[in-house]
Each structure stands twice: as structure tokens, then as C-alpha cells.
Write a protein that binds this ligand. Structure first.
Ligand SMILES: [Zn+2]
Length: 280
């Protein structure tokens, strides 16, 4: 049973702010190293829980920021990790050979105070929706998995992130490792307690995976992309893109890979066959 684990940083217990990758002070270095350790501890707790619950292969996607946040040397030796820049697609190796996906360290979507570090991708996005249903990064990841028929069965993050994904995916198991008090504060469980909660809940999620449906929307998909700033001042040349006003555009797509092709230029089928072949 192959499990695909997506990871982020802002939803980890003890992380109360965005990572700053440009300041080169000792203080910032220490803060970033602590964030790495906290994330890696939660990831390893989840990996162990997955193997205890019957997983035979776990692929971890180091998904935050520049893609090297998880402390590679401390990673559970049973897992493989996808990391680094300039990936062919956002979630390489995720396809219909995976039995389930989960997400560790998730954060709530843009415009959702008082969630810790709430945002969607860049901080210019105010809201994303498809066919009228608002979602953020967690939702898009679950939709990519859903395209391949793979259910997203578990999320850890703050209370707000857990509620957000629970509204999108009925029956999903979540662990709130902290409660967001503002975009830059939280009440966190201590690291050991957060890891124990994740370890237990991940096993419950895997046991219940057949009851959780892959996330999908009926085509045609109308993706609405709303920005804080005036981003689109001219009509688009692409017939699939409709500029509604300077802050808002809509993209019509047949499915999620088609949408991601228009948004990010990914391959139309989203597949990277040579990579998939190697991991088996
Ligand atoms: Zn992140």
C-alpha cells in the first residue's frame, strides 16, 4: 500500500509565523532550524503511524517554500522524499497507484483570520474557488489527488485548517496541533504531544480510508481567481481565461490537469511517466 504524504510548514505545532528565507542573521537561522526540526518530528510521527497501520511504501513531498525544509538526515529511513526546486509538477509521483494522500503541517486558505499564517500560494491571492466552492492549497492538493481517484484521508494543522478541510472532505480525519489566534500567533501543543496525536490519528485515518471519497468537482470546472491588487488590466488572449475585473479572472477547464496547464504550464495529463516508472 503506497501512501503519498504532502507536507507544509505553517501548520506545524510551534510554528507561529511565515518562514523568512532572505534574512541572514543568526537569530533567523536558529528560528529556521527549529522550524525544520519541528516539521521533521511531525513527519516522522506520521510515517511511523502509516507503517504501523499497513503502509508498505511512503513517499514524502517536502512541499513548503524552496522544497528543502524537512531535515533529510533525520527522516525516517523507511520513507522516500521528493525535494528541491523546479519540479516538473507540484506533486510529482502522485498518481492512481497511490492508495491515499495526507498532509502534515497544513495552513488555512487566504482571507481566513485568525488562522496561523493563513494564505494561498503567494500572498497576493484573496480567494480561489471552483464552481462556487472556495478552497486553498489543501483543497488544490486534494483535487489533484482526486483527479487520480486517490482520497485525501488526513490533515494536521491548526484548528482553522482542520475545519476548512473538514468542510471540503466529509469524514476526513484531522489533528489540530495548535489553535490560530492571529496570522502570527497560536496556542500550540508541545512537540512530543503533537507527534503522539498525529501518530495515533494517522493510523485511524488509514483504517477508515475506504469511507473517504476522493475530492472532485463536476466538469466543466469554472475556476475563479481573486486578487487583492489590480492584476489583470486587459482582456486575455486565451479563450479559456475570462477577465471579470482588474482583481478577478475565471478559467474554464475540463479537469484539474487542464486547469494546472493553464495556470502553471504543466503537462496536459499532469503525468511524469519516467519518474513514476522508477519508483514502481
Ligand atoms: Zn508553506
Amino acid at each position: 500500500m503506497k501512501i503519498y504524504m504532502m507536507t507544509d510548514l505553517e501548520g506545524v505545532a510551534g510554528v507561529t509565523d511565515f518562514e523568512n528565507r532572505t534574512i541572514d542573521t543568526h537569530d533567523n537561522h536558529e528560528t529556521r532550524m527549529r522550524m525544520r526540526r519541528l516539521l521533521t518530528g511531525e513527519v516522522n510521527a506520521a510515517i511511523d503511524g502509516l507503517f504501523k497501520a499497513g503502509a508498505t511504501q511512503v513517499i514524502v513531498n517536502d512541499g513548503h517554500g524552496a522544497g528543502y525544509t524537512i531535515d533529510f538526515e533525520q527522516l525516517d529511513s523507511r520513507a522516500q522524499i521528493i525535494h528541491g526546486h523546479e519540479r516538473p509538477v507540484w506533486l510529482p509521483l502522485l498518481d492512481n497507484t497511490c492508495s491515499a494522500t495526507l498532509l502534515i503541517g497544513a495552513h488555512a486558505k487566504a482571507s481566513s483570520p485568525p488562522a496561523t499564517a493563513y494564505h494561498t500560494m503567494s500572498r497576493s491571492i484573496k480567494d480561489w474557488s471552483i464552481n462556487g466552492v472556495s478552497f486553498g492549497e489543501m483543497g488544490l492538493q486534494a483535487l489533484i489527488a482526486g483527479h487520480f481517484g486517490v482520497p485525501t484521508i488526513y490533515v494536521s494543522g491548526d484548528t482553522h485548517a482542520c475545519r476548512e478541510i473538514g468542510d471540503l472532505i466529509p469524514g476526513i480525519v484531522t489533528t489540530a496541533v495548535k489553535r490560530g489566534l492571529s496570522q502570527r500567533s497560536a496556542v500550540s501543543w508541545a512537540p512530543q504531544k503533537a507527534r503522539e496525536m498525529i501518530h495515533t490519528d494517522v493510523q485511524r485515518a488509514l483504517a477508515q480510508r475506504d469511507e473517504i471519497k476522493p475530492l472532485r468537482f463536476d466538469p466543466p470546472l469554472i475556476f475563479r481567481d481573486e486578487r487583492y491588487d489590480e492584476t489583470w488590466t486587459k482582456p486575455s488572449n486565451n479563450p479559456d481565461i475570462r477577465v471579470i475585473d482588474h482583481n478577478t479572472r475565471e478559467i474554464q477547464a475540463d479537469d484539474i490537469p487542464d486547469l494546472l496547464h493553464t495556470l502553471y504550464g504543466y503537462p496536459k495529463d499532469y503525468c511524469v511517466p519516467s519518474l513514476a516508472d522508477e519508483t514502481g
